[in-house]
Design a protein. Structure first.
Length: 323
């Protein structure tokens, strides 16, 4: 099965006139956006969901999600995304496939078109941070990757480097052992930040090795990656490590640029909300990884989505003069 994310074909794009008004527009079809859609549709709101790529967002690229309640054996990100999408579609979800360029209080500009609603939920999530080292951009897709599920099968019996020490990095490193001959984790600290269970699995895996308190200085190769230069952060010693691929998991940055100027952001660009998911703009809510929060997980994204939808319902009721 090809798990690469691809934009939906044009034939699936919903025919929506720009003059058509909606009660609620949800921007982003990840777990937060889809959960918000499910709750809003159950409240009989007229909802439009805008997604630029695929339902499920980044969560759909996770090979295995082990900590989502109700799935004791775990579930793949792709399967969970499918279930969320199917549930929303069963309730009558309408989806427009396109990239939101600008988000204002009562409108969303999408690929040259403008859609209007009385309330908005921003659930645009995050995207992977880059190392910003020489060779990273040049070898993107030629040995540099940010998605193990997408690209792991291309590295059968190869040597792979995974950069990072959090849950995503360690979970994907373990997944990559299905294909690679050797997986080397490069981490800036001397202890992993991942959950203890994941960390123990990685440390006990016969195919996984570590470079502690180390950072990537350069990614090199001819047509594809064949070497990674590391620097020991304690001794400044430089080590050149043969590698066929580099998978980078060092965090994420918010996809909040379209909302800039409409809602307040923190210094890192995450959207500031209250506990009802309300932003600084009346009628505009935010949910999921895009907002300022302490824990970014699928389960918290879903909870945010439910709260945002309920808050939007209350806002719309009040605007209509209801109780």
């Amino acid at each position: 099965m090809n798990l690469k994310l691809e934009a939906r074909p044009a034939v699936e794009t919903l025919i929506v006139t720009e003059k058509e008004g909606f009660d609620l527009i949800i921007i982003g079809g990840g777990p937060a956006g889809l959960t918000a859609a499910i709750y809003a549709l159950r409240a009989r709101l007229n909802v439009l969901l805008i997604e630029k790529l695929v339902l499920g967002g980044l969560a759909s690229t996770a090979y295995h999600i082990d900590n989502y309640p109700g799935f004791p054996e775990g579930i793949s990100g792709l399967d969970l995304a499918q279930k969320l999408g199917d549930q929303a579609k069963k309730l009558g979800l309408r989806t427009f496939w396109g990239n939101a360029i600008k988000i204002k209080k009562h409108e969303v500009q999408v690929d040259g078109r403008t859609f209007h609603a009385q309330a908005l939920i921003i659930a645009t999530g995050t995207e992977p941070l880059r190392l910003d080292v020489p060779g990273e951009e040049a070898f993107r897709g030629k040995g540099v990757s940010y998605c193990a599920t997408c690209d792991g099968p291309f590295y059968q019996d190869k040597n792979i480097i995974v950069v990072g020490g959090g849950n995503a990095a360690i979970a994907e490193a373990i997944f990559l052992t299905r294909f690679a001959k050797k997986v080397t984790i490069v981490h800036r600290r001397d202890e992993l930040r991942a959950d203890k269970l994941l960390a123990e699995q990685a440390k006990n895996h016969p195919k996984i090795y570590f470079f502690w308190h180390s950072a990537v200085e350069k990614i090199s190769g001819d047509k594809v990656v064949d070497e990674v230069t590391l620097r020991d952060l304690l001794s400044d010693k430089i080590v050149k490590v043969p590698a066929d691929g580099v998978f980078i998991y060092i965090g994420s940055k918010p996809n909040s640029a379209p909302a800039k100027g409409t809602v307040k952001l923190d210094p890192k660009g995450f959207i500031i909300t209250d506990d009802r998911m309300l932003t600084s703009a009346a009628g505009v809510f935010a949910a999921g990884d895009i907002r300022v929060k302490t824990l970014r997980q699928v389960v918290t994204a879903a909870a945010d989505g439910a709260t945002a939808a309920d808050s939007a319902r209350e806002y719309l009721t009040a605007q209509a003069g209801g109780v």
